[in-house]
Design a protein. Sequence first.
Length: 587
Amino acid sequence: MSVSAAARHLESLLPRLASLRQYLQFHARLLTSGHLGAHPGLRARFLDRLALSPHPAALPHALLLLRSLPTPATNDLNAALRGLAASPHPARSLLLLAGRLLPALLPRPDALSLSFALKASARCSDAHTTVQLHALVLRLGVAADVRLLTTLLDSYAKCGDLASARKVFDEMTVRDVATWNSLLAGLAQGTEPNLALALFHRLADSFQELPSREEPNEVTIVAALSACAQIGSLKDGMYVHEFAKRFGLDRNVRVCNSLIDMYSKCGSLSRALDVFHSIKPEDRTLVSYNAAIQAHSMHGHGGDSLRLFDEMPTCIEPDGVTYLAVLCGCNHSGLVDDGLRVFNSMRVAPNMKHYGTIVDLLGRAGRLTEAYDTVISMPFPADIVLWQTLLGAAKMHGVVELAELAANKLAELGSNVDGDYVLLSNVYASKARWMDVGRVRDTMRRNDVRKVPGFSYTEIDGVMHKFINGDKEHPRWQEIYRALDDIVSRISELGYEPETSNVLHDIGEEEKQYALCYHSEKLAIAFGLIATPPGETLRVIKNLRICGDCHVVAKLISKAYGRVIVIRDRARFHRFEDGQCSCRDYW
DNA sequence: TTAGGGTTAG
């Protein structure tokens, strides 16, 4: 066989390599045939495949091979950078580029090298390294490369530096659809969903901004829907849905999965389920089921969550998200035994969130010993949220010892938020232990307690209005406060008395009532009442869990004013109608 | 020969 024929033969074997043994044999033949040095293209292709092979020994072997080369080429380096960036230890990719993994002189990196390194810094959330790589992009003179700059933008966004991501975007002279998608997704996931939506509207208004023959694609839609879901804006969500239809993207299963999530989080369970049923059964993925089960759960339909879970085809294995969604549904519907049954039959290892849901489920049901036993027998130490869950259960059932224990753990873990103190103080107050109530208050004062601000949104005619507890920022605040006075007098006739035990301040009863009266969700509802025609459904989104008093008030308003009120709090939906809530006061 | 963007979670 001539040299080139041998090389062609090896080349043809390359795509068929699978086992580690085959890779090692191939390596041996490269060595013995002399092609390792004589055929750098073949060598780099082999190295690339080896470094990406899923076998755990493959990547170390690729690095060994790289080290054995007297003068590695840029492509050899890139293969290793790529493999390391995709590995469980992406930081090693950065060490390699910095020359700390190879003793020999490094070949000069190119745009591709930087692309892989940026992927690695994104996976490490290493903003500092992303900045350094940005400098390297400029130094190497490869800053006109759309793909590289998109990767750079994405890396900034994934490291949480949205300002720099935006700046890269703004300074790019050519942007393709992936560039837009990258910033869109970065903003949507980086707690700037409103900016994401503004960017989407800019793209939707004139996608002449895109290179010719390029259109928004399913990634654009998924990212935009994720922003709508976070904001809870049904109007924007429906606009994105219509937009997707125009481009024939509404049949795409990933778009459908995002639509299910969006409609559910924007308060429309029926639309979410319509989308789920519109997907052909054989096209439904695990995520489709997870999103639909979660939709039932958020809306308090635990029985339906269980039913859908049982109906999952056997070819789709439930994952941790599926179980969490089902458990959540059981929790919100008070289905204790079903929840425990599902938890005990889990076929994946439960994580902190699964335990959290079970502890909440047991705690609400008054099974505090079991809840506590669950916490201390978990295979990992409980986190802050879990102790807060237990503290909440202790408060609900007036168990002082457990509340104290949980509060001590919270202090140990460095939690210092007002809610913890309020719960502990309320347990003492329920037992008339006023000295202890005072002691908690003193501790609060000493510790400079962090207040988690409560705020609510409501969408009226497509405009979002934001309210913070007791604020007077809204242009119509005087009308809103007058409406609240009217509300209080009308629901008082139905027997309303303020539930002031949720307020812990060193203030008198009347001031406590004041503090409660202007909770953000009440401001949002009052505004909704004066800004919409009679009978229209009011939709409110709250960042925290709804408080007991607001829950009572919302029920009474729904009766006194003949309005359906839908409140999405941090955990679920409450639908108030004719004096009742869909959660049946179990939340 | 090798590069960029995405959904579900207490």
